[in-house]
Ligand binder design. Structure first.
Ligand code: FHN
Length: 395
């Protein structure tokens, strides 16, 4: 959770069509066409070191690659299923190259794997768009195949975290989820697992399987008790889409800040192009986020969310005796915050800038310059006389 900011990468042969990974199979792309894309898949400009450097330049601390998405294609050379990258013109072990580049650059390496696989005849649903004609399938055999694939991924690439997906379809059960979770922990007890092995997706309890909550395409609510991570796309589509709308720098920064302000992480998704490059405009946007974090990262990494719950004007994070107020818009010269009961406010200043006048006569009022030092998100640091992390959340 201290890492706060991850990069999600959705990639596979579907980039040859520019449609959504998995979901466009049997929809925009006929099944036979989709399932033969691997024969043309050759991202010759893929450079693992460059992808990881792009992540580092963005201020990202962990990277999650879709090693296997719902279309069943494996981005690593597997002895379990022939539908894998070794049998493409590209041939190279993309997962292995990324794991190596992450290790070299000090980036935490993580793997995404789906528990549904519309390509595998053992899985009971062959297409989300045509559930009337399900295949016979064999789920126990399907789960064993998954265990073998996970054994390859865990023993070869030693991921720090496994990000599962696809829990919502009928054939998957909590019991299968628990079997997989135990299989993982037996191989490497240190691996962190998200909550999408289980059917319960909204809370961590006896019906859920996994270690953290995963709100998707939205910023999670402030939650000081359960670890959570929002997964959100920098564009609209998860996999690469030509001319997809991209989020503004303001929206990118404020999404990260509001996530941290809620005590959560942001897993921010990019979809590299068919030739293996990330779009330059996305690389540039990520670099702009990294430049913001190079100035204000102390207010994000290793902090807790709160004590003020995020809203449309500000979000708050805290560490030790400091409270960071992340201001999203001008406030007409004065920012009024609810009182911090039982606390003495000792100082207020712009992070990286000058001191600010404040009064605690009526709540906490801080004088704010009309022109904000950073129009996307200005950070103010409040010094108090106690441990800010012990304060209750103020909504
Ligand atoms: O179906 C997937 C989708 O393609 C994407 O991988 C997201 C990322 O979390 N998860 C599923 C949609 O909930």
């Amino acid at each position: 959770m201290d890492k706060r900011f991850g990069m999600f990468i959705h990639f596979g042969p579907v980039t040859l069509r520019g449609t959504e990974i998995g979901w466009s199979r049997n929809k925009e792309v006929p099944e036979a066409d989709y399932d033969s894309l691997y024969r043309e898949f050759n991202p010759v400009l893929f450079d693992a070191d460059r992808w990881v450097k792009t992540a580092k330049d963005a201020g990202v601390k962990y990277l999650v690659i879709t090693a296997k998405h719902h279309d069943g294609f494996l981005l690593w050379p597997s002895a379990v299923s022939a539908y894998n990258i070794a049998n493409t013109p590209f041939k190279k072990d993309m997962v292995g190259l990324l794991a190596k580049a992450c290790k070299k650059q000090g980036m935490s390496f993580c793997i995404y794997m789906t528990v549904l696989d519309w390509h595998d005849p053992d899985y009971l649903i062959h297409s989300p768009h045509d559930t009337l004609h399900n295949v016979k399938g064999d789920m126990p055999r399907f789960v064993n195949t998954m265990k073998s694939e996970l054994t390859e991924l865990i023993t070869r690439y030693k991921p720090d975290m496994l990000w599962f997906d696809g829990y919502w379809e009928k054939p998957w059960t909590n019991e299968f989820g628990r079997q997989i979770y135990q299989h993982i922990k037996k191989l490497d007890a240190r691996i962190v697992v998200n909550n999408r092995l289980g059917k319960e997706s909204e809370k961590l309890n006896e019906n859920s399987v996994g270690d953290f909550l995963t709100p998707e395409q939205r910023i999670g609510n402030i939650n000081m008790l359960e670890p959570w991570e929002s997964c959100i796309t920098i564009c609209n589509q998860w996999a690469w889409k030509p001319n997809d709308a991209m989020k503004s720098l303001r929206e990118c920064i404020q999404t990260l800040v509001k996530t941290a302000g809620g005590n959560g992480n942001l897993l921010f998704n990019v979809g590299p192009m068919m030739d293996g490059r990330m779009e330059q405009r996305q690389v540039d946007r990520l670099k702009q986020m990294g430049s913001w974090l190079s100035k204000y990262g102390e207010a994000i990494y290793g902090t807790k969310g709160g004590p003020y719950a995020p809203n449309e004007v500000y979000a708050a994070t805290r560490k030790g005796s400091k409270i960071y107020i992340h201001l999203f818009k001008p406030v007409g010269g004065s920012l009024k915050l609810p009182a911090l009961t039982g606390v003495t406010v000792k100082s207020a200043r712009v992070l990286g800038g000058g001191t600010l006048k404040f009064t605690t006569a009526d709540g906490l009022q801080i004088t704010i310059p009309d022109k904000l030092p950073d129009e996307n998100c200005t950070v103010i640091v409040i010094g108090i006389n106690s441990d800010a992390e012990k304060l209750a959340v103020i909504k």
